[in-house]
Structures are given as structure tokens and as C-alpha cells.
Design a protein around this ligand. Structure first.
Ligand code: BES
Ligand code: MN
Ligand code: ZN
Length: 497
């Protein structure tokens, strides 16, 4: 998909299609009004006849409108103007994308970016449109013998901005939006890839591919022998029951000054979570292929960083393992020694995410990071608490938490903070080791974060629990690419400061 930005009136566009909004009831947007006047009232006459009310979800494709240079005019219903917020805006962009895909037009000029979206400026509108369209055009049909791709997909889209002064900012916005969506789409593809294909070494290969594609990225992959040497017995314990060996994937993005401390991103990369000996129930177990979506978001965000050439240093670490039951698998009751030296009693082998992350967190200490953010599909409890709208967010440094909350709001990929109070730490007491890997039924998301916090004492750290947000179930089953927008926005803001 190719994006461009242009200023100029809609009636003068020589294009396969001009797209303009109509509000309820039959209220023309500025662009639609201009088209109407130029065509001698053609549009308002159609609306009066009852062809379009302007309700959200309505669309009307017109051919051969008199006096216009464009072949088609696409009117998009936007609902009530007073209620036109980001959700309504996104809906109108999606509708436009689908309509264009279904039409013969492979190119269009879009005036929806000039609509007044509550609380958002032009830059946001262009960035979000570029992101939303790229996201919408995504297909995952690598494993279908016959692909169901649109016959004539849109190839080039031009966003209208009100004046020439807006061009530079608009172009930057379109680039950013597209880069974020491409990061999301990479994350989605990794998440959607079946677990017989996407196992730890496959993720390692993705890390090497990123380094090949972008020279600013350097990738190193640690194997079992190297992790044994480092004493990562907790991470290794998770992978013991699988035929596929675990890997620690370390990617360094060096866009900043050489002496500048990096931001560290740490991703949970369980390529399939059967639960291990504490086996999960069978229903819906296929969805545990998505248990590497934290790491997928790390790959995706790194791609976005490289596309945007952000001037900062990022170190990304992916803890990749497959959690399977087997004669060699870890048993409930086993005690392991972590890389940090703390011992852990593994009371439930299904609480494996924290077991791989704790060693990855200890590993990133060597980079003396400015801040560490881990991303993990960590607890079913988070799905119960927040559903699939907000990520769970916890951490040990409130400025960092607030920064991430802000990045979530700015990007529309929101997180919600949960308390990480000391009182909850007691739930992790073990009779036999320094700590247990589960904290009982209550406050499961918080006690999981408590576990991680024991390994994050040496830096500013935040944890995103994306168990509810990383993928959708049901008819629309598939990875969402979240929280790539939040993480990208966080890094963009860091690069600016
Ligand atoms: N990957 C799961 C968490 C999960 C479950 C994410 C369902 C999305 C949907 C994680 O490894 C897990 O199994 N967590 C357990 C922890 C429990 C044993 C303390 C859980 O949440 O049930
Ligand atoms: Mn599990
Ligand atoms: Zn898991």
C-alpha cells in the first residue's frame, strides 16, 4: 500500500475515487459540500431522495457525477457529528477501505482525514488512517490452498489535508501510521503461525531475519548450552518437556548514541502452552499457540523502530520455549535455581511465563537499561479482570507507568494499572524454596507481577499483561498486533525527549 498527502479541493481531483463524509441526518461535510456545489447539487438531490441518511455504516458509491474530474465519489456515513469520536472515525476508515477493495478503484483521494474528530488533531487523523488501513488490508492465508484475496485491492491512497502548510506533518504522520501497522502485522503473522511451524528456533530465525533486513539491528541467539552456562535453570525447566529446544533471542537496535543507555523490551515467547504436567483442559487449547504474542509484539515494535529510524537504543530479549508434558518435563514440586540465584518451587507447571521471564529479566541487567518493559500473555485472571480492551499494567516506577499509560491513550491501545502492593507478595511464600511460582486463586495477575518484581529490583520496570488483548477468539480468531501501537508510541516519545 502506498500513501501520499495532498492539499487541494475535492472537485478538482483527477482520481478513480474521491471519498467524503456525510453526517446524520444528511449533513454534508466540508468536502462533500464542495463536491455538491461543483456538481450543481447532484449529491444533495440524491440524499433528498433518501439514498443516504449519513448513519454510521452507510456507504454510497456514485459514478459519473457531473462536472467532476474524478470517476467516482464514495460517500461514507459518519453518524452524528457531535458524537464523531475516534471509534466512529476508525469505523468510517474501515468502511472506506472495504468499499474501495470491493470496487474497481485501486486508487483514491480521501477527505475523511479532514473531518473533526473529538479531541484529536489532523496529525492524529492521518496517522491513524494510515495505520488502520494497513491493518485492515492484512490477510493471513499462507496456509489456505486457495487464497480469498480481493480481485482489485486498493494500491494507492492520498490523504487530503486542508493547507500546504500541513503537508510535511501529514507525510510524517502517514509514514508513522504505516510503520506502526507493519509492526503490528508482523506481530499478527507470528502469532497466527501454527505452533508446529512457529517453535523457539523459528522465532530465533525471525530475529536473524530482522538483523538481515535492518543493519542497525544485531541479533544473537543463545542455545541450551549457553543458557545452562549462565544458570538459567528456570527458563530451561519450562522447555524440558519439549522436543523443541528453548532459545534466548537478543536483538540490539542501535539508533541512538553509542553511550546512551537502552530501553529494554522483554517478551514472553511460549510457542505453545499445553500447561505441561499441570495440563490444561482440552477446549480451546489451540489458542495457546498465541502464548508467544508478547514476543511477537517485541519483534513488531523493533521493526517499527527500524522503519522509523528512531534515534534511540533498544535491546529486545525474547524468552522462547515450548511448554509440553513428557517424561523429562518439570514436575509440580520441582525446585529450580534461577539465574539470579533465587530458588523457585514450581507448584504448577502451567505458571510457566514467569519462569522464563525471570531469567530474561536477570539477563538484561548487563545492558544497564534506562527502563525495562516486559510483555506477556501471562494470566487468565487478566482476561477476567479487563476483558479484551485494556492491557494490564504493573511496575515498580510510577513515572514509567504513567508514561506507558499516556502512550496507550495517545495511540488508542490502552492499558490499565493494577496495584503492585507489598501486601500481595506474601502469597508467593513457599515452605521449601525462596518463593513459589503461584500465589493462589486471588489476584492472579498481581501475584504473577509480584513474582516478576523479585527479579526487577535493579532497574525501572513495567509489566504488560496482554492475555486478554493479544488475540481475538471466535469467528474473528487471530492475533491483534497489540501492544505494538502502545510500545511504538512509548519509544517515539522517548526518542523525542
Ligand atoms: N498462557 C497462560 C495465560 C493465559 C490463559 C492467557 C488463558 C490467555 C488465556 C499462562 O501461562 C497460564 O497458564 N497461567 C495460569 C497461571 C496459574 C496456573 C497460576 C492461569 O492464568 O491460569
Ligand atoms: Mn501456562
Ligand atoms: Zn502461558
Amino acid at each position: 500500500m502506498q500513501f501520499a498527502v495532498k492539499s487541494g479541493s475535492p472537485e478538482k481531483q483527477r482520481s478513480a475515487c474521491v471519498v467524503a463524509g456525510v453526517f446524520e441526518s444528511r449533513r454534508l461535510s466540508a468536502a462533500a459540500k464542495a463536491l455538491d456545489e461543483a456538481s450543481g447539487g447532484h449529491l444533495s438531490a440524491l440524499l433528498r431522495r433518501g439514498d443516504m441518511e449519513g448513519r454510521a455504516g452507510q456507504a454510497l458509491m456514485l459514478h459519473g457525477v457531473p462536472q467532476l474530474l474524478a470517476d467516482r465519489v464514495l460517500l461514507i456515513g459518519c453518524g452524528k457529528e457531535r458524537e464523531f469520536d475516534e471509534r466512529a472515525y476508525r469505523r468510517s476508515i474501515d468502511l472506506m477501505t472495504d468499499q474501495l477493495n470491493d470496487s474497481g478503484a485501486t486508487e483514491a483521494v480521501c477527505y475523511l482525514t479532514e473531518l473533526p474528530v473529538k479531541g484529536r488533531d489532523l496529525h492524529w487523523c492521518v496517522q491513524d488512517a494510515a495505520r488502520q488501513i494497513t491493518h485492515r488490508l492484512y490477510r493471513f492465508d499462507d496456509y489456505k490452498s486457495k487464497a480469498e484475496a480481493p480481485r482489485r485491492p486498493v494500491k494507492r491512497l492520498t490523504f487530503a489535508v486542508p493547507s500546504r502548510r500541513d503537508l510535511a506533518s501529514g507525510e510524517q504522520a502517514a509514514r508513522t501510521g504505516q510503520a506502526v501497522a507493519e509492526g503490528m502485522n508482523l506481530a499478527r503473522t507470528l502469532g497466527n503461525t501454527p505452533p508446529n511451524v512457529c517453535y523457539p528456533e523459528y522465532l530465533a530465525e525471525q530475529g536473524r531475519l530482522l538483523a538481515e533486513q535492518y543493519p542497525v539491528i544485531e541479533t544473537e541467539v543463545l542455545d541450551v548450552a549457553q543458557m545452562t552456562e549462565l544458570g538459567m535453570h528456570s527458563l530451561l525447566a519450562v522447555g524440558r518437556g519439549s522436543e523443541r529446544e528453548p532459545r534466548l533471542i537478543v536483538m540490539q537496535y542501535r539508533g541512538g548514541k553509542p553511550n546512551e543507555k537502552p530501553i529494554a523490551l522483554v517478551g514472553k515467547g511460549i510457542t505453545f502452552d499445553s500447561g505441561g504436567i499441570s495440563l490444561k483442559p482440552g477446549a480451546g487449547m489451540d489458542e495457546m499457540k498465541f502464548d508467544m504474542c508478547g514476543s511477537a509484539s517485541v519483534f513488531g515494535t523493533l521493526k517499527t523502530c527500524a522503519e522509523l529510524e528512531l534515534p534511540l537504543n533498544v535491546v529486545a530479549v525474547v524468552a522462547a520455549a515450548e511448554n509440553m508434558p513428557d517424561g523429562r518435563a518439570t514436575r509440580p514440586g520441582d525446585i529450580v535455581t534461577t539465574m539470579a540465584g533465587k530458588t523457585v518451587e514450581i507448584l504448577n507447571t502451567d505458571a510457566e511465563g514467569r519462569l522464563v521471564l525471570c531469567d530474561a529479566l536477570t539477563y538484561v541487567e548487563r545492558f544497564e537499561p534506562e527502563a525495562v518493559v516486559d510483555i506477556a500473555t501471562l494470566t487468565g485472571a487478566c482476561v477476567i479482570a479487563l476483558g479484551n480492551h485494556a492491557h494490564g499494567l504493573l511496575g515498580n516506577h510510577s513515572p514509567l507507568i504513567n508514561e506507558l499509560l499516556g502512550a496507550g491513550k495517545a495511540s488508542g491501545d490502552r492499558a490499565w494499572e493494577l496495584p503492585l502492593w507489598d501486601e500481595y507478595q506474601d502469597q508467593l511464600k513457599s515452605n521449601f524454596a525462596d518463593l513459589a511460582n503461584i500465589g493462589g486463586r486471588e489476584a492472579g495477575t498481581i501475584t504473577a507481577a509480584c513474582f516478576l518484581s523479585r527479579f526487577a529490583g535493579k532497574f525501572h520496570w513495567a509489566h504488560l499483561d496482554i492475555a486478554g488483548t493479544a488475540w481475538l477468539s471466535g469467528a474473528n480468531k487471530g492475533a491483534t498486533g497489540r501492544p505494538v501501537p502502545l510500545l511504538s508510541q512509548f519509544l517515539i516519545q522517548r526518542a523525542e525527549r
